[in-house]
Design a protein around this ligand. Structure first.
Ligand code: X90
Length: 277
């Protein structure tokens, strides 16, 4: 196998139609129960368990062996991880890369720190698939994907930052700013791969018009958009429609997030990955 794409499960992708792909699950721990974010995870049961649970809950990133298993026998691996600013996933993938290349000197692993998550990772992965299918050589793929990651972006709308704050992924000050019932925060992945809040909104219309405004300000011109949501198909679909209409965007898709992003984005959360330029 010449090329393989690997990511952790925060990309929300389980398979790719045309290129060998593996997703390496993160784990969600709720009291004494552990949910593995793979194809078999019961998202409804996770949601029920979380709502009923009063104590702490958390997550764990993949270990080095999990990554090594996913790299498998591939000659060239392109691997995309969740932001290294919020998770150990990237570091663990880097250790796996070192072991893999030491054990098989003729093989190559390139790890991309997405400095983001969810749909922005999915954009990078779909672009990798396209580059591989077009028959390009490894060095060209590497150059083009590096340039591509400079023109993707992630916005989000969240109804609560509780799980992020309880797990130390946002500062208590940021969580406090967002902590009022009925308020949604709109934000983006910062250049350092952290959460950056942009505005607070009461009501869906405010979120939708804010996101359109930020897209315009960024110079978005109708590139591909992927939207993942936690139990909020209605808003995801409304946002997709207005992006299609306002920017004549031909490729705007939405889908439910899987376990890791659902846990942190929480009910009602939306993540929006987009291509600029
Ligand atoms: O290693 C681990 O246990 C995983 C920790 C992941 C923490 C962050 C997950 C964020 C999920 C929330 C909104 C989008 C934030 C984007 C900032 C880059 C989604």
């Amino acid at each position: 196998m010449k090329f393989k794409i690997v990511s952790d499960s925060s990309s929300d992708l389980l398979t790719l139609p045309q290129v060998p792909f593996a997703s390496v699950p993160l784990h969600i721990i709720v009291g004494s129960r552990e949910f593995i974010d793979d194809a078999a995870v019961d998202l409804e049961l996770l949601e029920k368990t979380l709502s009923a649970h009063k104590g702490p809950s958390g997550t764990a990133c993949p270990g080095v062996d999990d990554w090594l298993r996913a790299f498998g026998e591939a000659e060239n691996v392109f691997c995309v991880t969740i932001t290294s600013a919020l998770s150990g996933s990237y570091n663990s993938a880097m250790s796996a890369k070192r072991e893999y290349e030491e054990q098989f000197p003729d093989r190559f692993v390139h790890i991309i720190d997405s400095l983001s998550t969810g749909p922005e990772m999915a954009l990078i992965i779909e672009k990798l698939q396209e580059l591989i299918l077009s028959g390009k050589e490894r060095e060209d793929i590497l150059r083009e994907i590096t340039a591509y990651t400079q023109r993707t972006h992630l916005f989000f709308s969240l109804e609560t930052l509780r799980n992020l704050a309880n797990n130390g992924r946002v500062s208590p000050a940021v969580a406090k700013l967002a902590g009022i019932l009925g308020i949604r925060v709109v934000g983006q992945a910062s250049p350092q791969g952290e959460l950056q809040l942009l505005n607070k909104c009461r009501g869906e219309q405010c979120v939708l018009s804010n996101i359109l405004k930020y897209l315009r300000e960024m110079g978005y011109q109708g590139g591909k958009v992927l939207i993942s949501h936690n139990a909020n198909e209605k808003m995801a679909s409304a946002l997709a429609d207005s992006i299609r209409e306002n920017f004549h965007a031909p490729d705007v898709r939405f889908y439910p997030a899987r376990a890791l992003c659902s846990f942190y984005a929480e009910k009602g959360g939306l993540l929006i990955g987009l291509e600029l330029g």
